[in-house]
Design a protein around this ligand. Structure first.
Ligand SMILES: [Zn+2]
Length: 427
């Protein structure tokens, strides 16, 4: 064996030819040019061809060719744009915009206490919305499918459209959801585990369905419609019945290699700590989520079962006690706030995001994000001499989640039309 052979045999892995990562031709970062043009037009709302060429660093001729394909497909249209600094002289400038009527999609979110739905057009304009209270109960799959079917009928009636006018449906449920294959591995609203949710709902509705968990939906809503539209890297942490996180890396939602990453609520903050509803101990969620606060409240304040019939009422009461100066009630919120700070400091140390958005109903309980909590994050994040990332509180209400579900459906339609190999399959 020569010296060269020895060196070769020491190469890592079975690939002996070449070096550098094997990036598939159609990876997230290299979408077809036509799709990139479409996405640029959609993000801008209205943009001249020459500006598209400049921003994508491609020739105006290429933009002209590809946009005429998009216009022919009925996805993009020419709109008259006012010229800056000129008052009606010469030909009016022509810009490109998404043809809003090209497609309609629905977004549906099922939560513990409420179901919400929206219908938006292809340009993201809201056509109709709906919020319905629901009994907090664990369901069998057929009951869940019935519920979705019923919600879709109601929202279509409200929008005055037939169901087959929709091109796709985005669906959000709480729990561990693999968005790529549409399977809900565990959800607090479903009895069974490993449920092929997307397939079951598609079979009933006769429409393409995309599924994701609720934290990712809020993140998509911020990315498509909210504070994250111009940010490349940011986190959304949701504090509701559980604690969730969505993360955007380089303008795309990050789900992990197997689709189940970013479960901040189940990162451990205490060895052998409090019992979590996932069955393990010491999860962040077991110290911060509403059931954690409720557990502490019933013990510390010695409340009886009559007073604890509804977790919502219990938390409201705990909040009132804290505001009135009750030391035990205050210490419960204070402790939850410290655990939240620990979780957020870990996010900062791992990802260094530009912004962390705290979202959810619980954000009304300002003890959770009091100044002490923010100071605690600063103390637990790496001491680099720089301030920790900006933290914003967004309490948008439940339609936000449904908007995220609509964004999921819109991207499914876009990819189906413009990214070969990623067509959405109607069952
Ligand atoms: Zn857990």
């Amino acid at each position: 064996m020569t010296e060269g052979d020895t060196r070769n045999s020491q190469r890592m892995g079975p690939d002996s030819l070449g070096c550098g990562p094997h990036i598939p031709a159609l990876s997230e970062s290299s979408r077809p040019l036509r799709q990139q043009i479409f996405e640029r037009v959609r993000a801008a709302g209205s943009i001249p061809r020459v500006q598209v060429a400049k921003e994508l660093a491609i020739s105006p001729a290429t933009v002209t060719t590809l946009t005429s394909e998009l216009i022919e497909m009925g996805l993009v249209e020419e709109i008259q744009a006012a010229r800056d600094g000129e008052s009606g002289r010469g030909r009016p400038a022509v810009a490109l915009g998404v043809r809003a009527a090209a497609h309609l999609v629905a977004g549906i979110k099922l939560a513990d206490r409420e179901s919400t739905a929206v219908i938006v057009d292809f340009a993201g304009n809201l056509i109709a919305d709906l919020a319905m209270p629901r009994q907090s109960q664990v369901m069998e799959l057929p009951v869940l499918v019935d519920t979705i079917d019923d919600l879709l009928s109601r929202i279509c009636a409200k929008a005055e459209i037939a169901r087959d006018a929709l091109s796709a449906v985005g669906l959000g449920v709480p729990g561990f959801v693999d968005a790529a294959d549409g399977v809900a591995h565990w959800s607090p609203i479903l009895v069974a585990r490993h449920v092929p949710l997307a397939r079951a709902v598609e079979a009933r509705l006769g429409l393409p369905v995309r599924v994701d968990n609720d934290a990712n939906l809020v993140t998509l809503a911020e990315l498509w419609f909210g504070a994250g539209r111009r940010l490349s890297d940011f986190a959304v942490v949701t504090i509701e019945h559980g604690v969730g996180m969505g993360f955007v890396l380089n303008h795309r939602i990050y789900r992990g290699a197997r689709g189940l990453g970013m479960e901040l609520g189940h990162t451990k903050v205490q060895l052998d700590g409090a019992l979590c509803r996932c069955g393990q101990r010491g999860c962040l969620e077991a110290y911060v989520a509403d059931y954690a606060l409720a557990r502490e409240a019933t013990t510390a304040l010695n409340w009886t079962s009559r007073e604890t019939q509804s977790i919502n009422m219990l938390l409201e009461s705990l909040y009132d006690h804290a505001k009135a100066g009750n030391a035990a009630a205050r210490s419960i919120f204070h402790r939850a706030g410290r655990f939240l700070a620990l979780g957020l400091a870990n996010v900062v140390n791992l990802f260094d995001p530009e912004l962390i958005i705290l979202s959810g109903e619980r954000m009304r309980y300002d003890y959770l994000y009091a100044n002490e909590t923010l100071a605690e994050i600063q103390a637990l994040a790496l001491n680099t001499g720089r301030p920790v990332p900006k933290i914003e509180i967004h309490a948008w209400g439940d339609l936000l989640w449904a908007h995220g579900a609509a964004a999921l459906a819109l991207s499914a339609v876009t990819e189906g039309l413009l990214a070969p190999g990623r067509e959405i399959a109607a069952q």
